[in-house]
Design a protein around this ligand. Structure first.
Ligand SMILES: [Zn+2]
Length: 276
């Protein structure tokens, strides 16, 4: 009886594994086809930049011998705003959704890698940070399974920190370039939610952080929106930019900018200017 139970358990495991593999067989094939298409596009020489240059002689093609792949320089952190990681994997493997990310981190800490880091995922949408208006081209997108209101699971954060360590070292991503979706798209997005542990991340070298300091005030000639723009925020809608700043750096969802908030903002501006 006992050994029969064991055999049953073994087959259940094999069956579940086979199901999972089978479930994504078709999309994994699609991934390969799509990647091959991109390779073809890259190795076609001369790579045509002449399409938009009407009546201008085509450039002479002389292939250089010295090049490699462009690297990601930002990490954008998201919450999925969905109810399970299965739902998110499904969303990211349906063509019609037109959304994706490089990584999805489940509640138990399991990490799903969905796209080669060198390729462009569709996770940022219309977004801006400083003068960078094509964040997808320069970033890695990490989605954390979270419905948008719940706390983040410690196992997820542990996996996230491990992943960030690998990415930061491998691609030499600057410390301030670990930011949230809500930071780069303040009018549309609020992820990761207000409970995300930004201070702890910054303490480990992923993103910047400042605590209020009564002796450091925002300069009188520096308005709050202008200071937010210096940090990187798109201030086209200054209310949205303030809310994004408050959520990320003050764990607060109000619009009020008190002395403590302004002190933090002032220090972030100084850090930003010092890093330029
Ligand atoms: Zn997002």
């Amino acid at each position: 009886m006992k050994s029969l139970t064991k055999v049953g358990f073994f087959f259940t495991i094999v069956f579940v594994f086979a199901c999972n593999t089978f479930q994504y067989q078709a999309t994994n094939r699609f991934y390969k086809k799509q990647a091959k298409q991109l390779v073809k596009q890259i190795i076609e020489t001369p790579y045509s930049i002449t399409d938009s240059l009407n009546n201008i002689p085509a450039p002479m093609w002389v292939g250089t011998t010295n090049f490699d792949l462009r690297k990601p320089n930002f990490v954008i952190i998201h919450h999925t705003a969905q109810n399970s990681f299965e739902e998110t994997l499904r969303t990211f493997t349906l063509e019609r959704t037109k959304v994706s990310a490089h990584y999805v981190i489940c509640k138990d800490g399991t990490v799903h890698h969905m796209l080669n880091d060198y390729l462009r995922a569709w996770h940022g949408g219309v977004a801006k940070w400083g003068n960078n208006t094509d964040i997808n081209s320069s970033s890695i997108g990490i989605e954390i399974d979270n419905n948008g209101f719940e706390p983040f699971n410690p196992k997820q954060i542990e996996s996230l920190l491990n992943l960030l360590s690998v990415l930061k070292n491998k691609y030499k991503i600057p410390t301030p370039n670990f930011i949230g979706h809500g930071d780069i798209a303040p009018t549309r997005k609020n992820d990761p939610n207000i409970q995300f542990p930004w201070a702890m991340l910054a303490n480990k070298g992923y993103g910047v952080w400042s605590e209020p300091n009564p002796s450091i005030k925002l300069k009188e000639n520096l308005s709050v929106p202008y200071a937010l723009a210096l940090v990187g925020y798109d201030i086209k809608d200054s209310v949205a930019a303030i809310l994004a700043f408050k959520r990320h750096f003050r764990g607060d969802s109000t619009l009020i900018m008190n002395d403590a908030d302004k002190s933090v903002l002032s220090q972030l501006v100084s850090k930003k200017l010092a890093s330029n």
